[in-house]
Write a protein that binds this ligand. Structure first.
Ligand SMILES: [Zn+2]
Length: 287
């Protein structure tokens, strides 16, 4: 139950696809609008063109796009920043993100070079300047007594953040919590596990709004965290097992074997998954 009946959290499910050799890979991402009578806050901007989904949703609920006063990016990836440029141009909103992902938001060519996602510029409309750098523990005042508390949850990316809406105790987790049955995508599995542990330790979260999953409420919030945590551990054990049998295996073959072992269709063996698996390999070498 929401403490402030005037506040609404509106999920926007945004479909998109990533080019793949076997044909376009359908994905979706959720962006969220937190609306109060006085302001609209957008959490993540979806892919290029998503402003149309966001703005037409607002118009249907009798609000104007220009009422979006701030856009908070949970991290720099294409499906979160894709429409940021168009949203800023249409609304003049301020943009906030963690400092560790700033360079990839402000220099999208650099992100494309350093983390190649197939069809990057079919997903991203261009770079934007980050007006407010967020750090762990920062609070964002939203009026009506509502506050968003910033929790730095690195692992998926170095500057991934989660946002806890107070006093309602609703958590926006971006891509910090993996979904079993979906691609494992993170830069640092150990940091991801630590971040999920941190979220699990917060008592009384009433609802979970992830970018990758349907909204969860009550006990399901913590079950989703348990499942995400277990998924990273599962991938870790599978990578460990494959390396024990085949120490010199090349990254593409490792990806095919792990994808099969964790029950994903073979066409999901792509460079983004390889990136995650190589992060597991580095963690194993360090251990
Ligand atoms: Zn992401």
């Amino acid at each position: 139950m929401t403490h402030f009946p005037v506040m609404k959290i509106e999920p926007l499910r945004i479909p998109f696809s990533i080019p793949a050799p076997s044909g376009p890979l359908p994905r979706f991402v959720s962006a969220y609008i937190i609306s109060t009578p006085g302001s609209l806050t957008l959490i993540d901007a979806g892919v290029v063109g998503s402003e149309e989904i966001i703005f037409s949703h607002l118009q249907r609920s009798g609000r104007r796009p220009e009422e979006i006063s701030s856009l908070i990016l949970t991290h720099a990836h294409p499906d979160h920043i894709g429409a940021a440029k168009a949203v800023r141009e249409a609304t003049g909103c301020t943009i906030a993100a963690h400092g560790a992902d700033r360079a990839w938001i402000e220099d999208t060519d650099r992100q494309d070079r350093e983390r190649p996602v197939p069809g990057f510029y079919q997903l991203v409309g261009g770079p934007v300047t980050v007006d407010r750098i967020l750090e762990d523990g920062d609070t964002i005042e939203m009026g009506e007594g509502l506050i968003l508390e910033v929790i730095h949850t690195p692992g998926h990316s170095p500057g991934s953040i989660s946002l806890l809406l107070l006093p309602d105790m609703a958590l926006f987790s971006g891509d910090a919590i993996p979904v079993p049955g979906d691609l494992p995508i993170y830069d640092d599995p150990v940091a991801s596990l630590n971040s999920i542990e941190r979220l699990m330790a917060i008592d009384g979260i009433t609802s979970l709004f992830s970018s990758w999953d349907e909204p969860k409420e009550g006990e399901e919030v913590y079950w989703a965290m348990d499942d995400g945590y277990a998924r990273i551990q599962e991938v870790h054990e599978v990578v460990k097992g494959v390396l024990a049998d085949r120490p010199g295996i090349d990254p593409a073959e490792l990806t095919c074997m792990v994808v099969k072992e964790i029950g994903l269709p073979a066409e999901l063996a792509n460079p983004m998954v390889t990136r995650s698996l190589l992060a597991h390999v580095r963690a194993l070498q360090k251990a």
